[in-house]
Each structure stands twice: as C-alpha cells, then as structure tokens.
Design a protein around this ligand. Structure first.
Ligand code: PLP
Length: 424
C-alpha cells in the first residue's frame, strides 16, 4: 500500500537490464564495438522516453535520481540566467528536492517565492499570474503531489506563462535557435508519469523531472527534459558526458531499465489507471463507512487514481503504521523522506490542517501488485486497530457542553473534525 515510495522492478525490465551488467559492460564513451553497443542501448532508452514526453531525444538528460534532476533544473537554470533576474516561484507543497535546492539558492541571492496552495491542495493559476514579474526567471510547480496525489493544472499554468512571456519577457537573445523567454516553467512529474499524459508540448513545460523507481524501473536513475533553447548550466563537472550537462559515465543497465519501464508504463497507462482507481475508491468508501472521524486530505477528484491520504482523528499515524506493519500492510504517514522524523508534513500543513490532524495522517498508494483481496484485508484489519489506538489516545477529546465544533474550513470531504473546538 505504499507504491508512491517505490516499486519493485518489473520482470520484463529486469530481463532487459541483465546483459548490461555482464556481457555488454562497455563504457559508452569508448569507440570500439563494446562501447558502441552501450552507447546504442542508451540511445534506444532515450528514444523510448522521448517518445512518451513528445520531445527530441537530445532534450533529455539522465541523472542519478529525480532529486538530482530537480536540483539540476532549478540550480542549473537559476545560476545560468542570473543576469536576467533573481526571482524563482515554487508552490509550497513541492518535494524536498525542490524546496531544499531553493533554500541553497536563497543564500546565493535568489528571491524564492513559495506560492501557497488552496485548502484542496491546488495552486490557483490566477494568484500565480499576479506575482509573475520582470525579475521572474523560473516557475516550478509539481504535476502531482507525492503525499496527497493532488494534480495541478499544469497545462493551464503553462499557457499563462507562455502568454506572460510573449507579452513581457521575450528572450534576451532573439538570435538564438528556438529561444525560450522567461520565466522558464519546470514541473516535477515523478508521481504523475505512470498515470497522466506527460506530453511536454501539450503541458507547455520547459523542464520536466521524472524518476525510474516509481514506475517499476530500477532505483538510482532519473532524468530531466530540457527544452531546446533553455539556458542551463551543469551542477556536476567532469568528462563532459551528455552534452556537458551531466558528466559521469552513464549507468547503462539502469538507463536501459528506465527506458523499458517508461515504455511499459505508457502501454498500460489507461488500463492500470482504471484498475487502481476502482480499488482505491473501494478502499476509500470502506474506510469512511467503517471508521468515524476520518478526513480526506487533498482534492477529492483532481487526484492520482492510486492515492488516498486521510487523517484518522485522535490517533498517531506512526502508531498505526507500526500496527499495520505487524499485519503485513505497508503504509506511510506523509512522504517516505518524512517518515524518519516526527516533523509534521509540510504538505498537510500547507493545506491548513491542524497539527493533531496531520499526526493522524496515513497515505495509501496502490500499485500493480494490489488486488481486491488486499483491499478487503486492509478493510478488515484497519477498524479494530483504530478503535484500539483511540481507546488509549490522549488526543481523544470529548465535546464539552460549552464548546461547539468550528467550521470545517480546512477540510474537504464534508467531514467535521471533532477536535476543532471553539470556546463559546
Ligand atoms: N519528486 C517527487 C514528487 C517524488 O515523489 C520523489 C520521490 O520520493 C522525488 C522527487 C525524488 O525522487 P528520487 O527518489 O528518484 O530522488
């Protein structure tokens, strides 16, 4: 129940990778045939990915992770375009790979604007439009959030950015081929790629981050689409591989696996989306039916088909996680990166959820291995665990006579959180 954290490598992907560990171990930079075979394998993988993103193969660069791709997209364009402006706009629910590199850029003199999302987790394009100005060089809004699965209106944002730069910010070097004006538009599509259309031209994005291990490919490989004409500098220096944008000998087996995984995901996109949505909806209905005081986090419909993030009031998410784990059920409280700390999730905080609610949050994310009997199993195991935890919970507040429930403003799904109490 935690496929958003990572996925197992698909057997077909695994088989495609195998020869490149042993017989076909060449360095793609070498000119003899062993090297050329590795080079060809990379070219084929790049082509598979480019056809899904609808870009030219040389507009895609492989990186060691999506974290690195996010860093390259943001630091690489910010530093290369410093003279054109110093303002970067991101949403306040971005992955830490984006938030952290922005923190570093702030120290280098960049102005970082975190655009707050609405209570349903969506960016308001109108609000974004209002803060674009002559200094803005980059906008980064993730396609689908990794904690709540909320899908942002990327195509709409892409259109408004295009309009803005057409009117206000033509490229300073109009003589370059395919000039791209400011601001550039980056999206982190790591969670989206498996389920949504990631055609960079339809979406109007100039930079797109993707990852392999979220869609049944190997870990340690990701990549960045960079539109031709975007001015970007590397963040890793060395032998000048991948047109100088990402030095380092390419991880050939992982690249081959990544290409295969992307092609496979594309082939199964429609059917798999419909299948997991059905299961997710059953899980959601079952939980809301059998457990009182549950709140849905994020947008109820603008959401990835495999995501369900809820807050079960009056309990601690970590305790629930451990109880479920004992029964062979893996869930997460917020993102995988967060589970080591007790810091409340920045995404759920950004929705305006109170601290107590965030701590009872659980993320279910379904995948290829999830079956109807898994859903039934969770629906059998979850309610008694919640009842038990609530019995011993210090958070289990009772409604007093002098108290009334405040407006459930911070929530979607029509549920009233019982602990949001207002003194009369
Ligand atoms: N961006 C998003 C939205 C993610 O969900 C993740 C993974 O958790 C990442 C970036 C980082 O990906 P990677 O593990 O490939 O570095």
């Amino acid at each position: 129940m935690d496929y958003a954290a990572t996925t197992p490598v698909d057997q077909q992907v695994f088989r495609a990778m195998l020869p490149y560990f042993t017989e076909e171990f060449g360095n793609p930079a070498n000119l003899y045939s062993l090297g050329l075979k590795a080079k060809k394998a990379i070219a084929e993988a790049r082509q598979k990915i480019a056809s899904v993103l609808n870009c030219a193969p040389d507009e895609f660069v492989f990186t060691g992770s999506a974290t690195e791709a996010d860093n390259l997209a943001i630091a690489g364009t910010a530093r290369a375009n410093r003279r054109a402006g110093n303002k970067i706009i991101i949403s306040n629910i971005e992955h830490k790979a984006v938030l952290s590199v922005c923190k570093t850029l702030k120290k280098e003199g960049f102005e970082i604007i975190e655009l707050p999302v609405q209570k349903n987790g969506l960016v308001n394009p109108e609000e974004l439009r209002n803060i674009l100005d002559e200094k803005t060089i980059l906008v980064s809004v993730m396609y689908a959030n990794n904690e709540i699965g909320t899908i942002q209106p990327i195509a709409e944002i892409g259109r408004l950015i295009k309009n803005f730069r057409h009117k206000n910010r033509p490229h300073p070097k109009p003589y370059t081929i395919n000039p791209v004006g400011y601001p550039y538009f980056h999206t982190d599509a790591v969670q989206a790629l498996q389920f949504l259309d990631c055609d960079v031209n339809k979406l109007g994005v100039d930079l797109m981050t993707i990852s392999s291990h979220k869609l049944y490919g190997p870990k340690g490989i990701g990549g960045l689409y960079v539109r031709r004409g975007v001015n970007i500098e590397p963040i890793i220096y060395g032998g000048g591989q991948q047109r100088n944008l990402r030095s380092g000998t390419e991880n050939v087996p992982a690249i081959v696996g990544f290409g295969e995984a992307v092609a496979l995901a594309q082939k199964n996109k429609k059917a798999e989306s419909a299948r997991v949505k059905k299961l997710r909806d059953k899980l959601e209905k079952g939980i809301f039916h059998s457990i009182p005081k549950v709140v849905l986090n994020g947008h109820p419909t603008q959401r990835l088909p495999n995501f369900l993030n809820i807050s079960i009031l009056d309990i601690e998410g970590e305790a629930l996680l451990l109880y479920l784990d004992e029964r062979g059920i893996s869930v997460n409280t917020g993102s995988a990166c967060n589970s080591q700390s007790l810091e409340p999730s920045h995404v759920l905080s950004a929705l305006g959820n109170p601290y107590e609610c965030i701590h009872g949050s659980v993320r279910f994310s379904l995948g290829k291995g999830t079956t109807i009997s898994d859903i039934n199993y969770v629906l059998r195991k979850l309610p008694p665990i919640v009842a038990r935890l609530r019995k011993i919970s210090p958070l289990n507040l009772k409604l007093g006579k002098k108290e009334k429930v405040s407006e459930p403003k911070a929530f979607v799904g029509g549920q009233t959180p019982h602990f949001l109490l207002k003194k009369k």
